[in-house]
Write a protein that binds this ligand. Structure first.
Ligand code: BDR
Ligand code: CA
Length: 319
């Protein structure tokens, strides 16, 4: 049997510790996904830092050739909200990575996303959905031509910023609503949504992190360092760290690790306590997304470690 042709992908992100791990995972799996560009948004930290961090991570992974396009510096209408208290002031848990070669691409992130969609690339969106919403507003017929959109966002049972809302949706609910209530996707290619209900199922515990650090080279040690500085309330309660964004990348390579169910999605944009809530109607006959509901957690975290160690080996191992 011949190997499958790699899927071309673009990652829209706000690095961010789990965003950084998502980028590394994609680069580690370049036999299966070809990362053609990275676009960044405001989110975990401000846009200048998310763009700079994306450049640092591509260099760490030995891919300074992947263009990084900075996108929108603020939500559509909501006030700026970040998560530096979770990802550290530098967005990478205090780990100081070198900037590496190459700067930012001149093209704006939204225009890069539109160009990537037109070239038939899968979009993995793991930050607030501002860039994606603006792309859809700028080009209303774009959704019908977007081969696939995979999103980390939302919490059906509960949020992580408020009891109702998850960070990526809470930070720009108007953008999330624009994207998640769109119905013009190509047939059989509804967006795939990874909410907290799925991402909280796989935890990286202290042993996993120590083993990664001991088994790999500079990339694994940088990841272990970032995870050491990644403090979420759910981490403390559950005894492990959730790498939400890496799961969205994993789905494009290992869909066998996940179960999804079709649902019609809505997002609350009212100003009350439910602002940013993601509602998934699994009973709807007119679904708008496939929602990840179950994860083979041991297989996912084992595979993630294997891929990060393999990336280090590929980049020349211990240095
Ligand atoms: C999401 O919020 C961010 O802090 C993470 O990077 C992830 O995309 C999880 O709620
Ligand atoms: Ca993110």
């Amino acid at each position: 049997m011949t190997d499958p042709i790699p899927t071309d992908i673009v990652i829209d992100c706000d690095p961010g510790i789990d965003d950084a791990i998502a980028l590394l995972l994609a680069i580690a799996c370049s036999d299966r996904v070809r990362l053609s560009s990275i676009t960044t948004t405001h989110g975990n930290v401000g846009l200048a830092l998310t763009a700079r961090n994306a450049c640092k991570v591509r260099s760490l992974a030995g891919r300074p050739d992947v263009p990084v396009h900075a996108g929108c510096p603020r939500p559509l209408t909501a006030p700026l909200h970040d998560a530096a208290h979770i990802h550290g002031d530098n967005g990478l848990g205090g780990v100081d990575l070198p900037d590496g070669e190459g700067g930012l691409a001149a093209v704006h992130g939204v225009d890069a996303l539109i160009a990537e969609a037109e070239r038939g690339r899968t979009l993995i969106a793991v930050g607030p959905l501002t860039n994606v919403a603006v792309a859809l507003i700028k080009c209303p017929d774009l959704a019908a031509r977007w081969p696939r959109l995979v999103i980390m966002g939302g919490g059906v049972a509960a949020g992580n910023v408020t009891p109702a809302a998850e960070f990526n949706i809470f930070t720009d609910p108007e953008a999330a609503r624009t994207v998640l209530t769109t119905t013009e996707w190509p047939e059989n290619a509804r967006p795939v949504l990874f909410p907290l209900d799925a991402t909280h199922q796989a935890l990286l515990g202290p042993d996993w992190i120590a083993d990664l650090s001991a088994s790999g080279g500079p990339i694994c040690r940088a990841v272990a360092g970032m995870l050491g500085g990644y403090e979420t309330p759910s981490t403390v309660e559950r005894g492990g760290k959730c790498v939400h964004d890496a799961m969205a990348v994993a789905w494009t390579i290992r869909p066998d690790l996940f179960e999804t169910r079709p649902a019609r999605i809505d997002v609350v944009t009212d100003s009350g306590t439910a602002r940013g809530r993601t509602i998934a109607d699994f009973a709807s006959g007119e679904p708008t997304a496939d929602v990840a509901t179950d994860v083979d957690a041991p297989a996912f975290i084992g595979w993630l470690k294997e891929k990060l160690i393999a990336l280090d080996a590929l980049r020349g191992g211990d240095s």
